[in-house]
Ligand binder design. Structure first.
Ligand code: GLU
Length: 390
């Protein structure tokens, strides 16, 4: 395949003073109204081609990129000829099922000319909120990113029931961004940000370029200033901003309807910026330290503790004793031979597996547990040091 020429794009993400400068991991949420022509139900092919070119440039500069994309239901409706305004849930879910195939193909085909591989991930709220599924989903997404692929994420609309749905990809994208510790989430929408009032009907409506705190006043503005095309409207975007900024992810709302919307942000297009409250690493650390019950204790030797202080993962070879009842994903306390707490982390194995693996070399462990291919007892990403190096 011939790579598409992207040199002409003025998308120098290393330029200072634009909202994407310094961003290493970016989540982009693409709304249905941008991808699918609301009149004809067809894919906006040229728009997607142009967005893919923007993405390829950012990726070539070393940025990790995740895409949360809507459009399955809209595409499926048009493929199945389900043109009625309101559809019963089973038909919506059937449309999502058919449309998701088309959606995934569209992303694959748009990014393939840039030699970018895509992987599909379909999520439901329980996956992003239950710890064990969360850890697993995050591991898959990180592995895809590590392999240089772009995860193409949507809600699993064809099986989700109304009780276990996000229903909008604004909040889903914020959960994904926080799950992966992205520094920035861009919501490509049909509005260029938050206004003090509905801009179509109020000439005094002012655009807010930055929202540092989501106050009740901001929430009230969001209720008034609805976006007419996107499913979630402004309220779910403000909910997304709360989730993202609290987890260390800054958020941008911008109008993505014109072509090359990421180039546009870098070149100063109108948007609302919600700065992160803390760094993703700090938020993660707080999450690991503060919100989880410690289910087990893992005692380690001096070699392993040295490895932890140099930022490495905890491998079973350095483990001398395992206590407590823990499952994969539970919080564990990592202690030195004298019982002093060195670190806390999320276990990559359950108690039985940890007991079997302790003291063993990684090569021996590979394949020992059938379903597992990870050999870390606690991966460095899931680990927070408590003690300081002596
Ligand atoms: N997940 C839905 C879809 O792919 C869209 C949700 C949204 O528009 O926010 O069709």
């Amino acid at each position: 395949m011939v790579p598409i020429e992207t040199d002409s794009l003025d998308l120098d993400s290393s330029k200072k003073n634009h909202p994407l400068s310094g961003v290493e991991c970016l989540t982009i949420k693409v709304g249905s109204a941008l991808l699918v022509d609301p009149e004809t139900g067809a894919l906006r092919q040229q728009w997607l081609t142009d967005l893919a070119a923007d993405i390829a440039v950012l990726k070539s500069k070393g940025m990790q990129i995740l895409i949360v994309t809507s459009g399955a239901i809209s595409l499926g409706r048009s493929i199945l000829n389900l043109t009625n305004q309101t559809l019963p849930l089973p038909q919506i879910q059937a449309a999502a099922s058919v449309g998701q195939v088309a959606l995934s193909e569209a992303w694959r085909d748009a990014l393939a000319p840039h030699n970018i591989t895509t992987g599909q991930i379909l999520l439901t709220p329980n996956i992003t909120e239950e710890r064990r599924s969360y850890i697993n989903a995050r591991a898959t997404i990180s592995t895809l990113l590590g392999l240089g692929a772009i995860p193409i994420i949507n809600e699993n609309d064809s099986v989700a029931t109304s009780e276990i749905r996000y229903g909008d990809n604004d909040r889903l994208s914020a959960r994904v961004a926080s799950m992966i510790g992205a520094d920035c989430l861009v919501l490509l929408s049909d509005v260029d940000g938050l206004y003090t009032a509905r801009p179509e009907s109020n000439i005094d409506a002012e655009h807010l370029p930055i929202v540092k705190n989501i106050t009740p006043q901001i929430e009230a503005m969001a209720k008034g200033a609805a976006s007419h095309l996107s499913r979630g409207g402004m309220t779910t975007k403000i909910d997304a901003a709360k989730i993202a900024t609290q987890s260390g992810t800054s958020m941008i709302i911008t109008n993505g309807t014109k072509s090359h919307p990421l180039t546009a942000i870098i070149n100063g297009a109108k948007h609302t910026f919600f700065p992160a409250k803390r760094s993703p690493a700090a938020a993660r650390k707080r999450w690991i330290l503060g919100t989880l019950d410690v289910k087990g204790e893992i005692y380690i030797d001096a070699g392993a503790s040295k490895a932890l202080f140099s930022g490495k993962s905890l491998l079973p070879i350095g483990v001398t004793r395992v206590k407590g009842e823990f499952e994969h994903g539970d919080a564990v306390s990592i202690r030195g031979e004298q019982g002093n707490e060195i670190a806390r982390g999320l276990a990559g194995m359950n108690k039985e597996e940890a007991n079997l693996a302790k003291g063993k070399k990684s090569q021996t462990i590979i394949g020992m547990f059938g379903h597992m291919n990870r050999t870390e007892l606690v991966h460095a990403y899931n680990l927070v040091l408590i003690a300081t190096k002596e």
